[in-house]
Design a binder for this molecule. Structure first.
Ligand code: GLN
Length: 223
């Protein structure tokens, strides 16, 4: 089993690799590699598309000629998109750059880019996360509670779910975000078939429970 990191030369991938490597003692992970080519993509069982800048990741992937292979991978194999990665995986994105941007058209949600404002409006928030209740990670002190500290950096939010099979995992309390939708609380983590999509950056905390969640999901565990 090879969970891997897709980077396309852009994004926060090293931190994902650290988080996955830290789990090697407790989960069945044989190798963690960076993916930049079709061949590397074909060699992995699971993929993380990191945060960064979704327009740049899409452009670089297109130039490297792996956009179509990525589309195929994401629609069939375990894939987790964080932040920019979530935007890429979505079927629809709003507040995109003029002229739009390439998406992988896989996860049936609409994401709104930069939903919480600019870089300076980045924030962290601790939230109860019942979906992590069976996950302990490698940092045992934190794992006593279901709380997780979430980091949002020019993050997107999921503003509409376009398939009843999409499972909501984490919702922010009302008042975070910029649209009317934020009054009800914005959705920031979902699961759908082989896909996990999160607005936040779990690789930036030293708590790797979300990585463990993804690995278990990829291995077919009932979570
Ligand atoms: N705002 C970025 C984008 O639209 C995402 C930011 C991030 O990944 N931290 O791609």
């Amino acid at each position: 089993f090879y969970p891997a990191d897709f980077v396309a030369l852009q994004g926060a991938f090293i931190e994902h690799m650290h988080a996955l490597n830290a789990l090697r003692g407790v989960e069945h992970i044989s190798e963690v590699i960076e993916v930049r080519t079709k061949e590397e993509l074909a060699s992995v069982d699971a993929l993380i598309i990191p945060g960064g800048e979704s327009t740049s990741i899409a452009l670089i992937a297109e130039r490297c000629g792996i956009l179509e292979d990525l589309r195929k991978f994401v629609s069939t194999k375990p894939t987790w998109g964080t932040c920019a990665g979530l935007i890429l995986m979505a079927k629809q994105a709003i507040h995109t750059k003029k002229g739009g941007q390439q998406l992988l058209n896989a996860l049936p949600v609409t994401v709104s880019r930069n939903q919480f404002g600019r870089q300076v409006d980045s924030f962290t928030i601790k939230l109860d996360s019942p979906c992590l209740s069976s996950i302990s990670g490698t940092k045992s002190s934190d794992s006593v509670s279901d709380q997780f500290e979430y980091a949002f950096i020019r993050a997107p939010a999921i503003v509409s779910v376009d398939d009843p099979e999409v499972l909501p995992l984490v919702t922010l309390p009302p008042g975070y975000g910029q649209t009317e939708a934020s009054e009800k609380g914005l959705l920031v983590a979902v699961r759908y078939r082989n896909m996990l999509g999160t607005s936040f950056h779990p690789e930036l905390t030293n708590d790797n429970r979300w990585h463990q969640y993804f690995v278990r999901m990829a291995l077919g565990d009932d979570l």
